[in-house]
Ligand binder design. Structure first.
Ligand SMILES: CC(C)=CCC/C(C)=C/CC/C(C)=C/C=C/C(C)=C/C=C/C=C(C)/C=C/C=C(C)/C=C/C=C(C)/C=C/CC(C)(C)O
Ligand code: SAM
Length: 383
């Protein structure tokens, strides 16, 4: 079993005993079936009782909701409806599904806000279905969740480290090997494509929060197939970019740079960052990289990034973070995702800032991103 994360310091002041007793009394009350019945009947508590019952039902049914979304995407329902509402019969023919099964899917999708059931009986896109059309990478994310759900079949075995080899540890080929530099082209292509596509949800938000125009040379560490680097270069026309990733990934990025007409001011280097990084950039980025690694290799990576930067250079760490206000379950998602992958964990901004200081960075700040649920950003200054 891999070593657990470092334990955070416990606050020195113990909560007063009366607070624990009050909490225990509250929980005994809520657990009582009689109280639940009374709360559901009494007009003042009824809305809270109903909201709690609904929240628990949603937790029980979450997998079904996710599979309704997966089915809609598999049959391309949202794009079919992009030109306007359709009847269930028309959709049944277009989807090649029996009429009753089509209605089952359409009603489920409407109940989840993916579609809207119109009064005339036709079905239109709902706001959530419409938003998905503008985010095609989410469909790829949903499709690859088939592996995650298989790996989560026995969540307790996973938590105990007794689940055996997982599909995600094979998919993310660098996670399960002692020597990532030996990973081959066929093993990186699927995750490279997924990451490249989903940069559409990330790169703009990071570069809006921290424009790179004041910098001369970006080192994009674990830069994948170059989607973030290409967007950075597009927004900062004088920026030189060095992308560092595993050899077959760096080769794929080189092809993307050539396609984007950026060969003149981009370089790609293949290798493992566990063996050092190219020197001399005045800004470096780790986008969705640190959370893949347990604390010890993550700290070593941050130290290597500091050593690679010019004095006064800036390291950007961008990824979804645990404990993000209003998006706490996103941290839970990545916690279990990375458990299934077999390496890393989502960290709070404070934990990441602590690691950055331990790695020798002098000043750590958090430029605000627009959608912190998807990505947050820390900027750290090398001494
Ligand atoms: C005026 C009108 C017509 C309407 C008003 C109503 C209104 C304002 C509507 C809003 C419309 C709007 C702008 C919607 C925007 C919606 C967006 C941007 C939705 C975005 C959704 C993003 C999702 C669901 C992202 C999901 C991401 C996932 C699941 C990411 C997974 C990442 C993984 C697995 C990464 C793995 C990498 C590793 C291994 C951890 O390193
Ligand atoms: C989750 S992906 C993120 C890719 C990209 N930064 C993005 O956000 O789309 C992690 C990246 O780190 C790279 N990586 C993992 N281990 C590495 C290592 N030891 N040396 C260099 N790159 C590595 C992977 O090949 C992959 O491209």
């Amino acid at each position: 079993m891999r070593p657990g994360p470092r334990v955070l310091p416990v606050p020195p002041v113990a909560p007063p005993a009366w607070r624990d007793r009050l909490l225990a009394w509250r929980h005994r009350l809520i657990a009582s079936p009689r109280f639940q019945r009374c709360a559901a009947a009494f007009p003042l508590t009824r809305p809270v009782a109903q909201a709690n019952a609904r929240a628990l039902f949603d937790l029980c049914a979450g997998f079904v909701y996710a599979q309704v979304l997966a089915a809609c995407l598999r049959v391309d329902l949202f794009r079919l409806l992009a030109d306007g509402p359709m009847t269930a019969d028309d959709l049944s023919r277009r989807l090649d599904l029996a009429p009753d099964r089509t209605l089952c899917l359409l009603r489920a999708a409407a109940s989840l806000g993916l579609l809207t059931a119109l009064k005339d009986g036709r079905f239109a896109l709902g706001d959530l279905g419409a938003a998905l059309i503008g985010n095609p990478s989410v469909a790829a994310m949903v499709a690859h969740h088939a592996m995650l759900y298989d790996d989560l079949r026995d969540p307790v075995a996973l938590l105990r480290g007794q689940a055996g080899p997982t599909q995600l540890s094979t998919y993310w080929a660098y996670a399960a090997t002692d020597d990532p530099a030996q990973v081959e082209e066929a093993a990186v292509a699927p995750y490279g494509a997924l990451m490249g596509a989903s940069q559409a949800l990330v790169a703009g938000d990071v570069l809006d929060a921290y424009p790179l125009t004041r910098h001369a040379h970006l080192l994009e560490i674990g830069g994948g197939e170059g989607a973030f680097a290409i967007e950075a270069a597009r927004r900062a026309p004088d920026l030189r970019v060095t992308l560092f990733d595993l050899p077959p990934v760096a080769d794929r990025a080189a092809r993307r740079f050539a396609e984007a007409g950026l060969t003149g001011r981009t370089t790609t280097l293949g290798g493992s960052f566990h063996h050092g990084l190219p020197q001399g950039a005045d800004v470096a980025s780790l986008v969705r990289v640190v959370h893949d690694h347990d604390d010890e290799p993550a700290l070593a990576l941050l130290k290597a990034a500091r050593a690679a930067l010019r004095p006064g250079g800036t390291l950007l760490v961008a990824e979804p973070m645990a404990g993000t206000p209003g998006a706490e379950p996103v941290g839970a998602y990545f916690g279990f995702y990375l458990l299934a992958m077999g390496s890393g964990r989502p960290r709070t901004a404070a934990e990441l800032a602590g690691l950055l200081r331990e790695a020798g960075f002098a000043r750590v700040r958090e430029p605000r991103t627009r959608r912190p649920m998807l990505v947050r950003l820390l900027a750290a200054t090398a001494p």
